[in-house]
Design a protein around this ligand. Structure first.
Ligand code: FE2
Length: 370
């Protein structure tokens, strides 16, 4: 059982960006108004050299979190103890507020797929992952965050929805959740589920961080490319997430087609505005309830008679169809974003896979972004 202070629920950092090498100099010279940075852990595991030189200087001025792509928590191969030792050493150096990776597997029998591959949503997989998360948390001496990946395949063996799988693992392993809002949207489109249903099922008290990113819509499917701004519908889903989960540290992932820092700062401001508007509205609602002696039931009836304001998601009809290829970062690459948001990273870039057949049980595309 882990009792570390770091990585515990409700550490709040504000609004951050994925740290990418192309922005090192701008960050150091201009000290932009960014609350924190997320690094791709694998890019800083080698002692010495320029990456750590820059990172130490940036760390002196900004909080950091570590985001990995190699844990392969769902794999059947034994956990990589050398990798975990490197992670622990880097954490000792950087003192990150938390450490995260993905709820996925990245290979089997010693072969690295360089993709963040989804797991079958089964009780057997839950037990397997929970045991491994406990092992990792005990080794690191802290809770970790697991991120929902975007997916392009499903398994006929699955016994439950992805959101139930994620929530059950978080509860049983006593770990936290990095909820990628864009990934929910992408998977909802590809697998034809309602992303709002996903949000409503995730346990509120487990969510520690949000990711926002852009993607590419190919009509029948969406690829999680992290090379475009955040789109409106992902912003709307983010607004719904803020309403449900409250104040959660939020960051934009951009891994390819990385724009100058001011462009990403503008997207980050969009996230700030949305979160502030939701907080303001919630506070105003609470004030009204305090000043209005009408019992809650009657208030609800009155609101119903007057007509409730439309949900930001209503009318948009979030279509969801198709399924898609997808990719996983590798220790050199990146990630993505949407219409007002972007995401960044000196991260890991997935490798395109050839177009595959259909989804159920056959891996179909794949470039994975976290
Ligand atoms: Fe992500």
């Amino acid at each position: 059982m882990v009792h570390a202070s770091s990585g515990d629920k409700r550490a709040y950092l504000g609004f951050g960006l994925g740290l990418r090498p192309t922005h090192y100099e701008s960050i150091l010279n201009e000290s932009p108004a960014i609350d924190w940075f997320e690094i791709v852990s694998e890019n800083y595991l080698v002692p010495g050299g320029k990456p750590l030189h820059y990172l130490d200087r940036i760390r002196a001025h900004y909080p950091l979190v570590m985001h990995g792509v190699s844990l392969s928590i769902g794999a059947i191969d034994p956990l990589d103890r050398d990798y975990l030792r490197q992670l622990k050493d880097l954490a000792a150096r950087l003192e990150p507020t938390w450490i995260s990776d993905h709820l996925c597997f990245t290979g089997a029998h010693g072969v690295n797929a360089h993709d963040l591959l989804p797991l079958p949503y089964t009780e057997e997989a839950i037990q397997h992952v929970v045991a491994r998360v406990s092992e990792v948390q005990d080794f690191l001496g802290r809770r970790i965050l697991l991120e929902n990946v975007s997916s392009y395949v499903t398994y006929p063996e699955s016994e439950m929805h992805e959101w139930d799988f994620l929530g059950e693992i978080a509860e049983r392993a006593d770990c936290l959740i990095l909820l990628d809002i864009n990934n929910i949207y992408v998977s909802g489109f590809n697998h034809e589920f309602d992303p709002r249903e996903y949000l409503e099922a995730v346990p509120v008290e487990r969510v520690q961080q949000f990711h926002l990113a852009g993607h590419r819509n190919h009509g029948d499917y969406i690829v999680d490319t992290h090379d475009e701004p955040v789109i409106d519908r992902v912003w709307q889903l983010y607004e719904a997430a803020v309403r449900r989960f409250g104040r959660i540290s939020t960051m934009i992932e951009r891994d390819d087609n990385i724009p100058p820092l001011p462009v990403l700062l503008a997207e980050l401001d969009q996230a700030r505005r949305i979160a502030a508007a939701v907080e303001h509205e919630t506070a105003a609602h609470l004030m009204n309830r305090v000043s209005d002696p009408t019992p809650p039931d009657e208030q609800g009836a009155r609101a119903a008679r007057q007509g409730s304001p439309p949900s930001p998601l209503e009318g948009e009809g979030m279509e969801m169809r198709g399924r898609s290829p997808h990719s996983v970062p590798s220790p050199e690459g990146g990630r993505e974003v949407g219409e007002h948001l972007r995401s960044g990273g000196d991260g890991v870039r997935g490798r395109e896979r050839p177009e595959g057949a259909d989804s159920r049980s056959t891996l179909r595309s794949v470039e994975t972004k976290s």
